[in-house]
Design a protein around this ligand. Structure first.
Ligand code: ZN
Length: 197
């Protein structure tokens, strides 16, 4: 997986949503270590359940012993459910609307390798839900659901909206996914996110 310094500008994919990178670690670079609280880990696990920027390929964890070319995704037990990590991202949105993107392997990096992400990211994950994110970020996501050229961005924006502003998005998105004209991939991903509420 490509290395990006924490809080550098997001460039990994064409996705239009994320602003900043977090947790794109490399075995060749040192990373910050330290404890994070259980409140943070629980909130992070709930983000891992709703993948963003889902890719076809996957990355193994390069800190664990096996490094295989074209290796398989690392699986992890998160609250007794098996999750495939290494093929998707998660988003966290700060109060002022900055979107952090992390590989979902970040859960494993913290849990098994002692990585401590930047304070801003930890706070954004803990803040999570309703009423914590600036309205301009909500409007931006809503516009992306409607207009983003890439289907994956529309899906990610919808999932982000469900996370940060369920009151303004759940009914709206529930109606969109029932429209006969709705894209079937959008429908299945967004319905899955709605069902986790
Ligand atoms: Zn590992």
């Amino acid at each position: 997986m490509t290395y990006y310094r924490d809080l550098s500008k997001y460039v990994y994919s064409e996705s239009m949503i994320p602003d900043l990178n977090v947790g794109w670690l490399s075995r060749w670079r040192p990373f910050t270590r330290g404890a994070v609280g259980s409140e943070f880990m629980e909130a992070l696990a709930s983000q891992v359940r709703v993948p963003r920027n889902q890719m076809r390929g996957s990355h193994p964890c390069y800190f664990c012993s096996t490094l295989r070319v074209g290796g398989v995704a690392t699986s992890d037990q998160i609250f007794e459910v098996e999750f495939r990590l290494g093929s998707a991202e998660i988003h966290a949105i700060s109060r002022n609307g900055e979107v952090f993107s992390a590989p979902n392997l970040i859960y494993h990096y913290i849990d098994r390798h002692g990585y401590r992400p930047p304070r801003e990211f930890v706070q954004a994950i803990i803040d999570g839900g309703e009423g914590k994110v600036h309205n301009s970020a909500i409007l931006r996501l809503r516009k992306m659901v409607e207009d983003a050229p890439r289907m994956e961005d529309r899906i990610d924006a919808a999932i982000d909206l469900i996370q940060v502003s369920p009151s303004s998005s759940v009914n709206w998105l529930s109606e969109i996914v029932e429209l006969p004209s709705c894209n079937s991939y959008f429908r299945s991903r967004v319905k899955a996110a709605l069902q986790l509420l």
